[in-house]
Design a protein around this ligand. Structure first.
Ligand SMILES: Nc1nc2c(ncn2[C@@H]2O[C@H](COP(=O)(O)OP(=O)(O)OP(=O)(O)O)[C@@H](O)[C@H]2O)c(=O)[nH]1
Ligand SMILES: [Mg+2]
Length: 459
């Protein structure tokens, strides 16, 4: 569904420009490809802009100038109106590299007031960090559900801008939009609300059916391993290494937006869930519509928290904290029980030398991490150990069991009970006996041994 300008606003260029920063919604645009656009980045204070620049590069947008201005953020306009007027002149330069700059990006999560003011002064589209992320999500979303989720988040962000504009008009802070301006805006807000209601209905239907599917899997005795971590941590690569299933792997932030479920290779009872990554500082409202996406990974029996070991310790610590905080937040919101085990997995170990490995171990000790795995999906290092640990976490340690007199009903019952209480990874049948390698908890094993004392031998 597309929103278009209501009749009262058509032809009123000022309003069109006013809302260019609202992701084009009012203009009826649903642009998802921003490749080749030129932008100017505004940074207040001395901040590390590398992550934002990475996100921008991922979208194929070229930053022609990075303007850093020391000092405090101006509450009304981020940069101060004087500086913005100067920038307006820069935007009028018709020579390279400033020719055709169509985007201003702020290195911050801006307020609606700041976005509207900058847009009014400069007359070009303005994004803050959240809008940039939403535009990126929108260009990577491929399924109907992912598109719906992103659209909801974008509409919510747009609504804050529209409300701000209504408030500016009704309080008369900015003249020049005419008396009917606020009413026209209200009409847009109403039609946006209608679209929101329809999209939310569709999404909640989808969330409901995926929740039913998860419940069915649980009833069938299937176990799930959820992969979580900061964006680009290597989740999809590990998913592929464990499941053998081909998924999109890219050196891009947020390559994965929708959950993918796959069976662990050769072990159909264990499912793996790959999903969207985390990133610093996304306001909750922007992610509210992604709830069902997170649920696939969070409602699992084990959570593997992936950490990119090729990062510096400071960077890794920052991403670890963000992921941990976000995880706890999502878990508390989703009313699901926290998974039984949460395990740290250091990825990309092939890129680490001995010294880095040593630092990682030190960090893991200091962070009081109980279980840590060191893997490389590229070289295969640690993958088999991780797979075996997953079996242990889910079912218990491996035991060798001999079931005798297999033709008897009692023995068949014993085999059935073993299969439903543990995970059989090897089976050898002879005429009269079956030997099993089974991953089972000591408790369960004891119960089965007591139930079938004559039939089962624990080797
Ligand atoms: N050297 C090396 N690179 C890896 C390894 N695992 C992943 N990568 C690279 O890291 C980048 C991100 O990998 P993905 O598996 O897409 O990461 P992700 O966590 O799924 O990323 P998003 O879905 O974007 O959040 C890709 O360029 C991968 O090739 C590894 O074990 N070693
Ligand atoms: Mg991925």
């Amino acid at each position: 569904m597309r929103l278009t300008i209501p009749p009262a606003m058509e032809g009123r260029k000022t309003e069109g420009e006013l809302f260019a920063g609202s992701g084009g919604v009012l203009l009826g645009e649903s642009r998802t490809n921003h490749e080749g656009r030129k932008a100017i980045l505004l940074v207040r204070g001395l901040e590390d802009t590398s992550e934002l620049e990475n996100l921008i590069a991922t979208m194929g947008i070229q930053v022609v100038e990075n303007i850093m201005q020391p000092g405090k953020v101006s509450p009304g306009s981020y940069f101060g109106t004087g500086r913005l007027e100067l920038l307006k002149e820069t935007l009028q330069i018709k020579t390279e590299p400033f020719k055709d700059v169509s985007l201003i990006i702020l290195h911050a999560n801006a307020t609606p007031r700041q976005l509207v003011t900058i847009n009014q002064i400069l007359g070009v589209e303005v994004w803050d960090r959240v809008r940039l992320l939403l535009a990126l999500f929108s260009s990577h979303a491929s399924s109907v559900e992912a598109k719906t989720q992103v659209r909801i988040a974008q509409l919510l962000a747009d609504r804050t801008i529209l409300r701000e504009a209504v408030s500016i008009q009704t309080t008369g802070e900015r003249a020049g939009y005419g008396g009917e301006g606020a009413t026209a805006l209200q009409t847009v807000i109403s039609s946006l609300n209608r679209e929101l209601t329809a999209l939310r209905k569709r999404l909640s239907k989808h969330a409901h059916s995926t929740a039913i599917r998860r419940e069915q899997r649980r009833k069938q005795g299937l176990k799930t391993v959820g992969l979580v971590g900061y964006t680009n941590a290597g989740k999809s690569s590990l998913f592929r290494a464990l499941s053998g299933k081909n998924v999109l792997i890219e050196d891009k932030l947020f390559s994965t937006l929708e959950p993918t479920i796959g069976q662990m290779e050769k072990t159909p009872r264990i499912l793996i869930a790959d999903t969207i990554g985390f990133i610093d500082n996304i306001p909750n409202v922007a992610l509210a519509s992604f709830k069902s996406t997170f649920a696939e990974a969070l409602e699992s029996n084990i959570l593997l928290h992936l950490i990119d070991a090729s990062d510096s310790i400071e960077e890794l610590q920052r991403k670890y904290m963000t992921t941990n905080n976000e995880l706890n937040q999502r878990l508390s919101e989703s009313e699901v029980e926290a998974p039984l085990h949460s395990v740290l997995v250091f990825t990309k170990m092939d890129e680490c030398n001995e010294e880095q490995r040593h630092h990682l171990l030190e960090w893991a000790n200091e962070t009081a991490v109980e279980h840590a795995h060191f893997i490389s999906s590229l070289s295969g290092e640690g993958i088999e150990e991780l797979r075996r640990s997953i079996f242990s976490y889910l079912f218990g340690n491996p035991q060798n069991i001999l079931v005798k007199n297999v033709v008897s009903n009692e023995a068949q019952k014993a085999i059935h009970t073993l299969y439903s209480n543990g995970f059989v990874s090897k089976r050898n049948d002879t005429e009269n006996e079956v030997s099993l390698e089974i991953w089972i908890s000591e408790n369960e094993l004891l119960k089965v041994l007591n139930q079938f004392p004559k039939m089962i031998e624990h080797k």
